[in-house]
Design a protein around this ligand. Structure first.
Ligand SMILES: Cc1cc2nc3c(=O)[nH]c(=O)nc-3n(C[C@H](O)[C@H](O)[C@H](O)COP(=O)(O)O)c2cc1C
Length: 189
């Protein structure tokens, strides 16, 4: 009985946590961050060149250690090449292969690539598009690095897939649940 009550309480706390994340805070940027999610299903409607440029601008604006900007962006919207990297990609998607500078010492190119990727993820989401970050297909991108014309000295670190969301398949409620703050935060006063 005690276990059942504890389970029920945990479930209620979890639901309350997810609910509070979905509430409007009155701040557009914060609301954007709290409501963002990573869809897997997209229509074949094309991401426009203007949207691609804006997403790249968001990435280029990201902070980096010593402002080294140790990244290179490869924009792929050829369907066959996209599928070589992410088989589930569809026409209309665009993949941003984000490569990090290999020879950086004393800095954190992988971390910086993560920051630029999240800026682009949020930029794409703010434009009403869907975006999902992919780590596993990096190996496939490395295999075809010549075809992707990735400059020497750079190595693919992460991939961002962007597209128009298939709304019937994905709902904002499809976002993965997050841990409760009291599980992962401590305060030192
Ligand atoms: C570094 C990194 C690597 C990821 N790699 C993959 C991947 O290989 N395949 C995939 O489907 N999703 C991948 N994701 C997406 C995560 O699974 C997703 O961001 C997480 O489950 C949160 O989902 P939500 O944004 O919908 O809440 C990756 C995310 C990050 C940040």
């Amino acid at each position: 009985m005690k276990t059942k009550s504890l389970l029920l309480l945990s479930a209620l706390l979890f639901i309350a946590c997810q609910y509070s994340l979905s509430q409007s805070t009155g701040n557009q940027v914060v609301d954007q961050i709290l409501s963002a999610y990573s869809p897997r299903s997209y229509t074949t409607a094309a991401v426009t060149d203007q949207q691609i440029d804006l997403i790249l601008k968001c990435g280029i604006k990201a902070p980096s250690a010593r402002n080294n900007q140790p990244w290179h962006f490869t924009v792929v919207n050829n369907e066959a090449i996209m599928k070589e990297i992410i088989p589930a990609a569809v026409a209309g998607n665009v993949l941003f292969v984000i490569s990090g500078k290999e020879s950086e010492t004393g800095t954190t190119p992988d971390f910086d690539c993560g920051l630029t990727t999240e800026n682009m993820f949020l930029g794409a989401t703010a434009l009403g598009l869907g975006a999902r970050i992919y780590g596993s297909p990096v190996a496939a991108a490395i295999k075809i690095r010549e075809k992707l014309q990735i400059p020497a000295g750079f190595k693919p670190v992460i991939i961002l897939r962007v597209g128009n969301i298939e709304k019937t398949a994905d709902a904002a409620s499809g976002a993965s649940p997050r841990k409760a703050a009291d599980e992962i935060v401590n305060y030192v006063k």
